[in-house]
Design a protein around this ligand. Structure first.
Ligand SMILES: Nc1ncnc2c1ncn2[C@@H]1O[C@H](COP(=O)(O)OP(=O)(O)OP(=O)(O)O)[C@@H](O)[C@H]1O
Length: 257
């Protein structure tokens, strides 16, 4: 097991505990999508996995070891824009490599591959202020995957992209992780995105947070997304998950107020 969030209790100051004995695990090479209402605690789970938050009780294990402090084995793509404004796209993307002492020639090689993957090759010398919202998201994606971490934490990474580029990024992400064997923990509000990408979908809701359902997605690692979309299984899963999310929404709202 790569990530093991085990019986964790957590709450922000002056609030009811969001997590009361919550558990979640991700296997090596597994792509897990989290679906759940806004504010239910999905980003909080990511921050626990990244070591940015500490459980009040219970533990987070990564790669078989208890996590203490920042988890340097995950590439984290958060919702916000965390590009450094004073650095070019190239500098921003290669920063994780620089911090790890990777030599320049190797950095350049990996940069070339990463900017091509996210379609930013011609924009590598620009500054973040010169990029569109979608281009910024792509730069952030490149930065989170460039050092091949064993796990990617992705918090709504493609929300701001147009439909066409989104499709390209979906297939590229799947191809990349199928090749590298990386695990992914992926937050989305988009049911179809979860079905297209994940091996397993976890639907969350309620306060304290609980798992309402876990669904295995039967399309395999070498799926062709254009084909998946036309299957009955895909259509049935979408209907089922939509209904379940409606319930999760009602459950979470009734507890928040
Ligand atoms: N730093 C913080 N201080 C206090 N409360 C917080 C903080 N961050 C999040 N919360 C609260 O904790 C709850 C869970 O937030 P979280 O961001 O984990 O939800 P989420 O499911 O990721 O939401 P969304 O889908 O809207 O991003 C929310 O009620 C939120 O208001």
């Amino acid at each position: 097991m790569l990530l093991d969030i085990n019986d964790v209790h957590f709450g922000y100051q002056n609030e009811v505990e969001l997590l009361q004995g919550f558990s979640l695990h991700v296997e090596q090479g597994e792509f897990v999508a989290l679906l759940g209402p806004s504010g239910c605690g999905k980003s909080t789970l990511m921050n626990l996995a990244a070591g940015l938050l500490n459980p009040l009780r219970g533990g987070v294990n990564f790669g078989g070891h208890p996590l203490h402090g920042l988890n340097r084995d995950v590439g984290y793509m958060t919702q916000g824009d965390t590009l450094l404004p004073w650095a070019t796209v190239a500098k921003n993307i290669t920063l994780p490599l620089e911090l790890r002492g990777v030599p320049k020639a190797q950095r350049e090689e990996k940069l070339d591959k990463a900017v091509r993957l996210v379609n930013l090759a011609e924009h590598r010398n620009k500054y973040p202020s010169e990029l569109s919202g979608g281009m910024k998201r792509r730069a952030l994606l490149a930065r989170s995957i460039i050092y091949d971490p064993p796990m990617l934490l992705m918090d709504e990474p493609f929300g701001a992209l147009d439909a066409q580029l989104r499709e390209v990024m979906h297939q590229e992400l799947l191809n990349t992780v199928a090749r590298t064997g990386q695990s992914v923990l992926f937050i989305t509000h988009d049911i179809s995105e979860a079905i297209l990408l994940a091996d397993r979908i976890i639907v969350l809701g309620g306060l304290p947070l609980r798992v309402l359902e876990e669904t295995e997605v039967p399309f395999g690692k070498d799926r062709k997304l254009s084909e998946v979309r036309t299957t009955k299984t895909y259509a049935d899963m979408e209907v089922h998950l939509r209904e379940l999310l409606r319930k999760a929404d009602a459950l979470t709202k009734s507890k928040q107020h």
